[in-house]
Design a protein around this ligand. Structure first.
Ligand code: DGL
Length: 271
């Protein structure tokens, strides 16, 4: 079984590619909505949380783990890999394809504050300087707003502010450096214009998962979507975003009672 997790519905944008790529695999997804957003939590809290979730996924029988969250990957994937004898695949902003493809010489990165501030991300970005101008744009509140549902003024306001910086800098590639952001891809494209190419690494991650899946590739093709938050809200969100409703259904959703205790003790703290 392949275990996949994120702070909420963002990682489902990766899961849908994994499902397409590995139709027989049993997939167990954990949306840690009671502890979201990850983008502003301290590294210590994130590590505690990722450790707990990874251990839980393994206890459920997962033999491959996918950290379908740029923020959690940036702060926790190295420690998870050191501690656990399993294949652990993370996600990172697609700076490389953006830098290789740019013609204007300027690329934009949209991500959480925590991802952009991490040393892992800064090392990655430094490989492309000084040849490429990398415009880092944190989007505070965007993942949270996406979790409240599509088509809100709040999403529009954040996207308008973040894309103005990109347009001023003359970028022609914009990296979706948070797995929630593909859910607002169409709006971003409208704001940035068709000359700007959006880079989403979800499909490439699924390719990597397929390469490393081994026997986890062969199961019954089951999909379970668990949340530490409100079950009706997860079901509602899956119905509300077309990219999710075309791949997932409300009857695949369940609560994750085993993981709710830590959400209650530490979920309200943020850095
Ligand atoms: N989807 C996540 C990411 O890729 C985290 C968003 C959040 O919880 O702040 O970074």
């Amino acid at each position: 079984m392949i275990g996949v997790f994120d702070s909420g519905i963002g990682g489902l944008t990766v899961l849908q590619w994994i499902r397409q790529r590995l139709p027989q695999a049993d997939l167990l997804y954990l949306a840690d909505q009671a502890f979201a957003p990850y983008g502003a939590k301290s590294t210590e809290l994130l590590q505690q949380r990722c450790d707990r979730i990874a251990d839980w996924l393994i206890a459920q029988g997962c033999t491959v783990l996918v950290v379908a969250c740029n923020t959690a990957t940036a702060h926790c994937v190295d420690a998870l890999r050191q501690r656990l004898p399993f294949d652990i695949i993370g996600v990172e902003p697609g700076i490389k394809p953006a830098a290789l493809g740019t013609r204007s010489g300027a690329i934009g990165i949209l991500a959480t504050e925590n991802t952009l501030a991490s040393s892992r991300y800064q090392q990655l970005a430094s490989r492309f300087n000084p040849n490429t101008c990398v415009v880092n744009q944190p989007c505070p509140g965007l993942a949270d707003a996406i979790e409240l549902g599509p088509d809100t003024e709040q999403i529009d306001a954040i996207l308008t502010r973040c894309t103005a910086v990109m347009t001023d800098a003359g970028v022609d590639r914009v990296v979706l450096g948070c797995t929630h952001y593909p859910l607002v891809k169409d709006r971003l494209q409208r704001l940035l214009g068709t000359q700007v190419q959006l880079i989403d690494t979800g499909e490439a991650i699924a390719g990597e998962v397929a390469r490393r899946a081994g026997s986890a590739e062969w199961g019954q093709g089951s999909t379970r979507l668990l949340t530490t938050g409100s079950l009706p809200r997860l079901q509602q969100l899956i119905g509300a975003y077309p990219v999710l409703s075309s791949h997932f259904q409300a009857n695949q959703c369940e609560p994750a009672p085993d993981l709710m205790d830590l959400a209650q003790t530490t979920g309200s703290s943020s850095a």
